[in-house]
Design a protein around this ligand. Structure first.
Ligand SMILES: [Cu+2]
Length: 163
């Protein structure tokens, strides 16, 4: 009777230890992270090619300088936008922006992340747009202030294939 009681206790103890080990195994399995197979290239760490564009000029001409841009898909660019004119202007290139990945837009102490459709630059304003073009094509650029596109404040952005 006593012997049976002892065996029962031992069995109980073994079950208890077994359950403990099983619990540890489950926790170990849960802590295994599945790493994505991509992300071999971190585009945000590659040096960006700098391109400067002027929205109008000191005399207020309604043009972009330059007004033609060519970017390669998959390469990072840093577009520096300046407005040296006495009036406000926009860099509006919605389709181009939709076909690009924007890392960030910086202006003074402000930094914006996410989708960009147009950038407003006040007189003397400056902004930096860091992006990676994605899809090849020809996209239009314009200043969306009424009358400015018609007056010639427009341009073209071409995204070419990665060479
Ligand atoms: Cu304008």
């Amino acid at each position: 009777m006593i012997k049976f009681n002892f065996d029962f206790k031992l069995l109980f103890k073994q079950i208890f230890v077994g359950l403990g080990l099983l619990l540890i195994l489950i926790l170990e399995l849960n802590s295994i992270e599945i790493q994505p197979a991509f992300a071999a290239v971190d585009l945000s760490r590659q040096p960006a090619t700098e391109v400067t564009v002027s929205l109008s000029n000191e005399s207020g001409e309604l043009k972009f300088f330059p007004d033609h841009f060519q970017f390669e898909a998959g390469k990072p660019y840093k577009l520096i936008l300046k407005n040296p004119s006495p009036g406000k202007h926009y860099f509006t290139a919605k389709d181009f922006a939709d076909m690009s990945w924007t890392q960030k837009v910086e202006s003074g102490k402000l930094e914006v992340k996410g989708a960009i459709h147009d950038l407003e630059l006040k007189p003397g304003g400056e902004a930096t747009w860091v992006f990676v073009p994605i899809r090849t094509g020809t996209y239009s650029l314009r200043c969306s202030i009424p009358g400015h596109t018609e007056a010639g404040m427009k341009g073209e952005i071409i995204i070419t294939e990665n060479s």
